[in-house]
Design a protein around this ligand. Structure first.
Ligand SMILES: CC(C)(COP(=O)(O)OP(=O)(O)OC[C@H]1O[C@@H](n2cnc3c(N)ncnc32)[C@H](O)[C@@H]1OP(=O)(O)O)[C@@H](O)C(=O)NCCC(=O)NCCS
Length: 179
């Protein structure tokens, strides 16, 4: 099996409306904007803290380190018509730390929600994962996250019955999809 991590710098997936390709440092503001937009129920380590971290410079440093390490395999989603980056979609190690059955991850700027972009991007990532030899993908989603659950259902992910209970931030549901 060819491991996509080694080839992340070259990965470009194309859909009708999107290119999925590695992040550029100049696009750090898009990532930070997504951090500022996160739902208040998202746990604090994934939200901007009281000191303003991650700062724009923090995010720029992450992108530089990703381009050197070839990780993570989370691709920027660029709209072909306008050339703007609207979010990301890709694969991350699953909750148990295993890379053999990675987890699908996606997030978009709020202003583009509801136009089918996440489903379109994720379908391309599923095809890429299948072509790379993966047999199964995971997804974790908070029980309150209707939009993400909607995307995962359209992609054919099914609930496995595994749940990490969390009274504060919402239970995390574990879904899987065989490829
Ligand atoms: C999840 C997310 C990426 C979806 O992006 P999107 O481009 O709006 O998604 P799509 O338009 O492709 O599909 C969303 C589907 O969910 C449905 N949906 C949206 N909100 C919903 C809700 N509250 N309850 C149920 N279904 C909902 C939509 O109707 C749509 O289905 P449809 O095409 O059958 O109408 C976006 O909401 C986001 O970035 N959320 C924050 C980050 C996040 O939650 N990431 C996933 C973590 S598991």
């Amino acid at each position: 099996m060819e491991h996509p991590t080694a080839r992340v710098r070259e990965i470009v997936l194309e859909t009708d409306r999107l290119l999925l390709r590695p992040w550029q440092v100049s696009e750090a503001a898009v990532q930070r904007e997504m951090w500022t937009e996160r739902d208040p129920r998202v746990p604090p380590h994934r939200r901007i803290d009281a000191e303003g971290h991650p700062t724009l410079e923090d995010v720029e440093d992450w992108i530089r380190s990703w381009s050197q390490s070839g990780s993570p395999r989370v691709l920027a989603a660029e709209r072909k018509a306008s050339g703007d980056v609207i979010g990301y979609c890709g694969l991350i190690p699953n909750t148990d730390g295993s890379d053999d059955e990675p987890e699908l991850a996606f997030e978009l700027l709020r202003r583009v929600w509801g136009q089918g972009y996440a489903t379109e991007a994720a379908r391309a990532v599923l095809g890429w994962a299948q072509a790379s030899g993966y047999r199964r993908l995971w997804a974790t989603v908070r029980d309150w996250n209707g939009a993400s659950r909607g995307v995962l259902a359209k992609l054919g992910f099914v609930e496995t019955g595994r749940v990490d209970p969390d009274e504060v931030h919402g239970d995390s549901l574990f879904l899987a999809r065989d490829l």
